[in-house]
Design a protein around this ligand. Sequence first.
Ligand code: GLN
Length: 193
Amino acid sequence: MRVGVLALQGAFIEHEHKLQALAVEPVEVRMPEDLLGLDGLIIPGGESTTIGKLATAYGLVEPLRDFAQHKPTWGTCAGMIFLAKDIGIDRQPILGVMDITVNRNAFGRQIDSFERDLVMPALGAQPYHAIFIRAPIVTRAGDGVEVLATLDDGRIVAVRQRHLLATAFHPELTDDLRLHRLFVDGIGKDQHS
Ligand code: GLN
């Protein structure tokens, strides 16, 4: 199985370490040809405006969009913003493949980073400790978008739509491998379907 990690900016190395812990050798994606032969892709957290600018400069926006339309792709934090169909801003390049509306920097300055134990039935009974850093939230989940986790007040922070996964927090910064395993297991199923 070949899983790529978009390596333009942000927390890509930490995702690579998580994949290695699951015995999956990650492939760094910086050019369109790096996507060839990949079975899945992680788009890391960082700064979505920078990721968008660099992806445009490297001619990656269209190839990434094609890839994410068909192959398992997981966006975390800025990666979630990049996957979304609507972020309420026209100028910022996004892939627009997942039927969600996302509000960037949704938690404001004063509490722009925090940690929470999330109930995530898709991962089993044990809560998932999630680290939010200037995080977005999902303000609309379209038809066919499954909500995987919310905060106590109901705000949506993890979603899945067929082969697409998006989380508002940073799963690569915790020791818990369950979300990476969920994504990698999904790729295995996709290959056999
Ligand atoms: N606030 C960032 C953005 O808008 C996302 C932060 C993150 O990825 N940790 O892109």
